[in-house]
Design a protein around this ligand. Structure first.
Ligand code: SF4
Ligand code: SF4
Ligand code: SF4
Length: 461
C-alpha cells in the first residue's frame, strides 16, 4: 500500500487534518498502516544529496567503534549495558545503513529506525562530550528524524504535534484569542494580590518581550500569573505578544523542519513588530533550544542570532537577583535538602550552569548537587519528545532509572526543575518509584521568598 488514510507522507495543515488523526485513538490504525507504507528511496537519496553535508558524512565515516561513548548514554546504563544501546551502534545501524544503502530500504527498516530514533535517543547530546572526535548523536538523530518524518515514519503524537504548529503556531490547539483570554484572566486573578499589576499585551518598545510554553496557558496558567508577579515586583517594563507567544517546538522533536520555520518565524515576527529590547523565554529548556539556539538557522538568519537578544528565564532570574531588583527574604530559604535538574538544552548546550548555581545559593540552605551535574548531567529520561509518545512508554519508564538513582543519591526529596520536559519526567518518575520525591519550577519558589515592595501590598479595609 502506498499511502494510508492516517499514516502517509503528507503534512497536516488543517484543523480537520488534526481532528482526523486524533480520531484514530492512540494511533492504532496509523501504526498498522505504517507497516505497509512505501519508502520513496529516490526522495531519500535526493535529500541526502542536498543536505547530508561533510560534517555528518565525516562523523559516520570516522567513528572507530571504540565504544567510549557507551557509558555516557543514560539509555545504555538503564538497559544493563545492552550492546544495541551504544550510541555509535544506534546511529550506524539506522542513519549509517540508510546512507550506505542509498535509501533503498523497506518499511520494516524504517519502522525500526523510527523506534530507535525516538525511543533510544532523546537528543540530549551528552555522548558528544565523551567521544574523542566529538561525534554528536543528538545532531545525527535529529537529522535522521527529519528523513523519517518526510517519509511518514514518525510517531503518531509527533505528527499531530507538528500539525498543531502548522495550524496554530503552538504545540497545542490554542488560538491567539485563547491566549489573550488566558492572559487577561491571569491579570484579573493576580492584580488583587499585587497592587498595580498589569500584563501588557502588544506594548511596543518594551524592555522585555516574554514568551512561553503553550502548556502554560493550556494546563497551568498560574505560571503566567507568577511570571507577571515577578516582573511586577522587579519593576520590569515588559509585554507579551498577542501573536507569536509560543516558544516550544514539537515540530523540532518530529523532524518537521518546515513547521519549525513557520513556528519560529511567528515569534521573530512579534519581535520585529513590537521592537522590544530583549526577549525572555519561560523556564522551559526545549523552548529555548528551539527559538534561541536552533531557530535562527531554521529562519535563515545566517548570523545564528534571534532578531533581538534572547535570554533564558534562569539568566533573567540570576540578573535580577544580582542587580537587587529581586530581593529575597533569607529567613525563607528552603531548609530541607534540595537538588537541581540541569537541563541539556540550556545548561549543557547553552552553558547556564553558573547562573543556576547562583540562584540555588540564594534560595536553598542545603543544596545538593547530583552526580554528575552541570554540563555532564544525565538526561532526565523524557527529552526529545519521548515523554509524549504512548508507543514508547515502557522504554521511557525504563530510562528514568538513571535519574531516579541520581536524585536518591543526593538525599534530597525536592528537585528544582525549571525545564518543563524534565519537570514532567520527574513527576512521572515519582509515579513509577513512589519515593516521595517532589518537584518545582523556580517561579513559585521565588514568589514565596520575594520581598514585595510596600506599595504593592494590598491594605486591609
Ligand atoms: S544523545 Fe543522549 S540519548 Fe542520544 S545516544 Fe547520545 S547520550 Fe544517548
Ligand atoms: S566514542 Fe566516538 S568514535 Fe568511539 S564509538 Fe562512540 S561515536 Fe564512535
Ligand atoms: S528533557 Fe530535560 S534532561 Fe531530557 S533532553 Fe530535554 S532538557 Fe535534557
Amino acid at each position: 500500500m502506498a499511502e494510508g488514510q492516517f499514516c502517509n507522507k503528507s503534512t497536516v495543515n488543517t484543523e480537520e487534518g488534526i481532528r482526523h488523526l486524533l480520531s484514530d485513538t492512540n494511533g492504532k490504525t496509523y501504526y498498522k498502516e505504517m507497516e505497509a507504507l512505501e519508502v520513496d528511496s529516490a526522495a531519500i537519496q535526493a535529500t541526502f544529496s542536498k543536505t547530508l553535508k561533510s560534517r555528518l558524512k565525516t562523523w559516520l565515516e570516522i567513528c572507530t567503534h571504540c565504544g567510549l561513548c557507551a557509558d555516557s548514554c543514560f539509555y545504555y546504563l538503564a538497559n544493563e549495558k545492552a550492546p544495541n544501546q551504544v550510541p555509535s551502534y544506534k546511529i550506524q545501524s539506522t542513519l549509517g545503513e540508510l546512507v550506505k544503502r542509498k535509501g533503498k530500504v523497506d518499511a520494516k527498516f524504517m519502522m525500526d529506525a523510527m523506534d530507535t530514533a525516538w525511543s533510544k535517543c532523546t537528543c540530549c547530546n551528552r555522548c558528544s562530550q565523551y567521544c574523542p572526535f566529538g561525534i554528536d548523536m543528538g545532531i545525527m538523530f535529529g537529522y535522521l528524524r527529519g528523513i523519517l518524518y518526510s517519509q511518514g515514519f514518525v510517531p503518531w503524537e509527533m505528527k499531530i504535534g507538528a500539525g498543531m504548529h502548522r495550524v496554530y503556531q503552538a504545540q497545542m490547539d490554542i488560538t491567539s484569542e485563547d491566549w489573550v483570554d488566558t492572559v487577561e484572566w491571569m491579570e484579573e486573578e493576580t492584580e488583587e494580590e499585587y497592587l498595580g499589576l498589569k500584563i501588557p499585551i502588544d506594548k511596543e518598545n518594551a524592555d522585555i518581550i516574554y514568551t512561553v510554553n503553550a502548556r502554560e496557558p493550556k494546563h497551568y496558567p498560574e505560571d503566567i500569573a507568577e511570571a507577571a508577579a515577578l516582573f511586577h515586583i522587579t519593576g520590569e517594563d515588559w509585554t507579551v505578544p498577542s501573536v507569536g507567544w509560543e516558544e516550544t517546538s514539537i515540530a523540532m522533536f518530529a523532524g518537521d523542519w518546515e513547521a519549525c520555520k513557520i513556528q519560529v518565524e511567528s515569534v521573530y515576527d512579534a519581535m520585529e513588530r513590537l521592537k522590544p529590547k530583549r526577549m525572555v523565554v519561560t523556564e522551559c529548556g526545549h523552548a529555548y533550544r528551539a527559538t534561541v539556539t536552533e531557530g535562527p538557522y531554521w529562519a535563515g538568519l545566517k548570523d545564528g542570532k534571534t532578531p533581538v537578544e534572547s535570554i533564558h528565564y534562569v539568566e533573567w532570574v540570576a540578573e535580577v537577583l544580582r542587580n537587587g531588583k529581586l530581593k529575597l527574604d533569607p529567613t525563607k530559604k528552603i531548609k530541607e535538602p534540595v537538588t537541581y535538574q540541569d537541563s541539556c538544552n540550556y545548561i549543557r548546550n547553552a552553558g547556564l550552569s553558573n547562573d543556576a548555581r547562583y540562584i540555588m545559593s540564594m534560595i536553598a540552605e542545603d543544596f545538593r548537587e547530583m552526580k554528575p551535574s552541570k554540563e555532564h548531567n544525565f538526561c532526565c529520561g523524557g527529552g526529545g519528545g519521548l515523554n509524549g509518545i504512548g508507543r514508547y512508554r515502557k522504554q521511557r519508564d525504563a530510562g528514568l532509572a538513571v535519574k531516579h538513582k541520581q536524585i536518591m543519591d543526593t538525599g534530597a526529596k525536592l528537585v528544582i526543575s525549571p525545564c518543563h520536559n524534565c519537570w514532567d519526567a520527574i513527576r512521572d518518575l515519582e509515579e513509577v518509584y513512589e519515593d516521595g520525591i517532589r518537584w518545582s519550577f523556580l517561579k513559585p519558589i521565588l514568589l514565596k521568598m520575594a520581598i514585595i515592595p510596600e506599595h504593592m501590598i494590598p491594605k486591609d479595609e
